[in-house]
Write a protein that binds this ligand. Sequence first.
Ligand SMILES: Cc1cc2nc3c(=O)[nH]c(=O)nc-3n(C[C@H](O)[C@H](O)[C@H](O)COP(=O)(O)OP(=O)(O)OC[C@H]3O[C@@H](n4cnc5c(N)ncnc54)[C@H](O)[C@@H]3O)c2cc1C
Length: 405
Amino acid sequence: MQNIAIIGGGHAGAQAAASLRADGFDGRLVLVSAENELPYHRPPLSKAFIKGEDDATQELRPALFYEKNGVELLLGRTVEAIDRDAGRLVLDDGELPFDGLVLATGARVRVPPVPGINMANVFLLRTVDDARRLKQRLAEAHDVVVVGGGFIGLELAATARILGKTVTVLEAAPRLMGRVVAPAISAYFLDLHRTLGATVRLETPVASLVGENGAVVAVEAASGERIPADTVIVGVGVVPNIEIAEAAGLHVANGIVVDEAMRTSDPRIVAAGDAVSFHHWALGRPVRLESVQNAVDQAKTASATLLGKAQPYRAVPWFWSDQGDAKLQMVGLSMDADSSVPRGDPASGSFSVFHYQGDRLVAIDSVNRATDHMLGRRWLAAGFSPPREAVADESVDLKTVMPKV
Ligand SMILES: Cc1cc2nc3c(=O)[nH]c(=O)nc-3n(C[C@H](O)[C@H](O)[C@H](O)COP(=O)(O)OP(=O)(O)OC[C@H]3O[C@@H](n4cnc5c(N)ncnc54)[C@H](O)[C@@H]3O)c2cc1C
């Protein structure tokens, strides 16, 4: 293999570049990214970045890394098409040959079909440019309405409250972060945001954004109620960037479909990260995961596969979210759990929910309780399930329950 191209300079693309070199690829390696920045950490954008003075990104690796490792960066450039027959990428301003290709195109913010969504003071957050615009706006904002009670919306809601803004969160579902966390966790965060001073409205879908002179002045709920707003932040999920893969005839279905070694339906092309749909070994069905861990670990697998060292992807999923002074950490996937065991008291501000399917531990959600989370990562990787009685009993030191091998 002489020429490997990587499309996308997010967490997956940058990791693929590093892994390909670390795994011994010594041909031409080019990373094309539509963003103008060196690959950077995305999670801080809804956390420290909005509060901080600094408008610079936190780079994943310094410029010198790419230079020293012979990774050509084409920043601010877009791949418009993949010509598989000719083995070349069609860029917005040129072409690039490839005999191996990594698709790390990520996802973009979902724009809900709500009237008024395109008005000037409506903000979506995916890139550092989005974050810079939002930060500038928040300096002047008074009445902030956050549409969507998911991770990003809630992180921003907490920050806006800390900055002294009036904040209303509108969530269509009956509980916060309802798709991914246990009810006890949703309840804890509802209380936390209300204590911070935000108004949180559940089961409140948005009907339209009401404007005057092209700027939002209120958000209208489906009930007809109008909530005053000079700034609207919309965080209702993402859609995977699959279009160029689909146009190239690769198999896509809610993501670029890959096998367990991250190969697309063309074995010269691998894919990793938010854009990817893969058959999950434990769930027994396809999933698309949106996390830094998944992007990085899939990129490692994808790179090895491209270099002929394929291994099945088996990394334990984990994720975190910082809201106010609370750190939420999740490990495993809880969607197929049929029971749960609480550990610790939510009133203490430090507790976990252990999710089981039968007697098998499948996930742990933890609030301000890093030890449970770290144990969970180790246990799930080892396929170990702690007995429920031990989990429920706070006097048991969980570090001692897994037999030593
Ligand atoms: C505000 C925010 C906060 C987050 N917080 C957390 C968190 O706390 N914990 C966590 O685990 N995850 C968090 N995430 C999710 C995490 O950032 C993503 O899961 C991760 O970035 C996925 O990496 P990726 O490389 O697959 O995609 P992305 O990071 O989306 O990168 C894809 C890149 O590809 C580029 N691209 C796409 N198509 C083309 C093309 N045709 N040509 C050229 N370039 C292209 C895009 O412009 C983009 O730069 C957060 C995300 C956001 C937006």
